[in-house]
Design a protein around this ligand. Structure first.
Ligand SMILES: Cc1ncc(COP(=O)(O)O)c(C=O)c1O
Length: 394
């Protein structure tokens, strides 16, 4: 297997059954859910587009019959979870990012004594929040999530972007009022620099590699899955879930949430052949102590959201006994899925978001195959067109 990793050959690694660790409970999940429920009026007030979902950061699930045909799905039915359309931040990083920053704002307001159980009161204290700083490192989409919600509340926010972050994501963040610092190094280097800068300034650091708030926020998607399977009348079918994976925070949180609320779900992660950080960590059991560079891989992939060299320290050990496996996928395959998905279903996503579609070819079983579309709503039209053209050049 290590040979396939080094040679960048796509393959499925099947995880050994192992005992699960339980640092988070159903109660932690319920708490996060109740928190986000209480902030629905706030979100509808500051982001009118969330009125459509009654202030919930939630996405649709539905079948993709045309894509299913185009992929010649070996078995079962193809469905997608549309996190590419999540309100405001347009990616899988929205649920966790919003939960963490809103929770931080509420905690500060309580400490300051101006919070009396009404989230809308936060809006009257922009001057206070402007004196507080939030810092985050990102390959792009976490930065958008944290940057947008923080700036909306009034926080001073700095986003440390790795070399793989796209120019349009940086521009959009600056437009929203965030400060963007760019790094020539990879994601791990940006995280280290951000952590140091934050320590020096005494700012609040949103740590995608360790934060329990981000993790529980991501996990909330599991509630949506259960409800939507029932609405679609497919709750009795076997369920295979395919999640594109970078450091592992977002897919890890969702896998964790599903393991509590819907243990029958079989979860797989998908990583680029050029940056299989979580797979390498789990395979060697070294988790965040090994980098893809250590086995000669560049970590450079056009799936910018997944362009990380090292796994989150939180996630690797927590995925033991919780996921069925991890597979790798080539950049060209993701690009071809971007194009096919657009041509068959008219859906626009970014390359990282497509990695789930290879899953059913490795897992040839009956049931529902749920490809998690993880980002794309904010991609500018000309950038999306360039993805289509890149594929044509292959
Ligand atoms: C579009 C997209 N998909 C998937 C992921 C994976 O999330 P994580 O890095 O938490 O594994 C990201 C991360 O930014 C992303 O932007």
């Amino acid at each position: 297997m290590m040979d396939k990793l080094k040679k960048e050959i796509p393959f499925l690694w099947k995880a050994e059954p192992k005992e699960q660790r339980h640092p988070f409970t159903r109660e932690d999940l319920e708490k996060a859910k109740a928190f986000m429920e209480s902030f629905r009026p706030f979100l509808m007030e500051v982001f009118p587009e969330t009125k459509e979902t009654q202030g919930m950061i939630t996405s649709e699930m539905r079948a993709l019959p045309e894509m299913e045909k185009a992929l010649s799905l070996p078995k079962g039915k193809l469905f997608a979870k549309f996190d590419n359309m999540l309100p405001v931040a347009g990616s899988i990083k929205a649920r966790g990012g919003f939960y963490e920053v809103l929770h931080h704002a509420k905690t500060l307001a309580e400490e300051e004594g101006f919070y009396q159980n009404d989230p809308l009161q936060l809006l009257k204290h922009r001057d206070f929040f402007a004196s507080k700083e939030i810092e985050v490192a990102s390959t792009g989409n976490l930065g958008l999530s944290i940057g947008i919600i923080s700036a909306t509340i009034g926080f001073k926010v700095t986003v440390h972007m790795s070399r793989d972050a796209k120019e349009w994501k940086k521009e959009l963040l600056r437009e929203k009022g965030a400060q963007v610092i760019e790094y020539a190094g990879d994601y791990s280097a940006a995280v280290e620099a951000a952590r140091e800068a934050s320590k020096e300034k005494g700012s609040y650091f949103v740590d995608d590699e360790q934060s329990p708030y981000l993790f529980m926020g991501y996990a909330l998607a599991a509630y949506e899955v259960i409800e939507q399977l029932e609405t679609l009348g497919i709750e009795k079918e076997d369920l295979h879930v395919y999640l594109p994976c970078g450091v592992g925070g977002a897919p890890g949180g969702i896998a964790y949430g599903l393991s509590i609320l819907l243990p029958k779900a079989k979860v797989y992660f998908a990583e680029p052949t050029k940056a299989p950080a979580v797979l390498l960590g789990m395979l060697t059991e070294k988790h965040d102590q090994i980098s893809v560079g250590d086995i000669g891989l560049s970590g450079k992939t056009l799936a910018d959201g997944l362009a990380v060299g090292k796994a989150s320290s939180l996630v690797g050990p927590l995925m033991e006994g919780r996921i069925q496996g991890i597979y790798t996928i080539e950049d060209e395959t993701m690009l071809s899925y971007v194009k096919t998905l657009y041509e068959t279903e008219g859906i626009k996503v970014e390359p990282s978001a497509c990695a789930g579609f290879l899953g059913p070819h490795f897992v040839q079983e009956d049931g529902v195959h749920l490809a998690w579309l993880t980002g794309g709503r904010l991609v500018p039209e000309e950038i999306f067109q360039s993805y289509l053209e890149e594929d044509r050049a292959e």
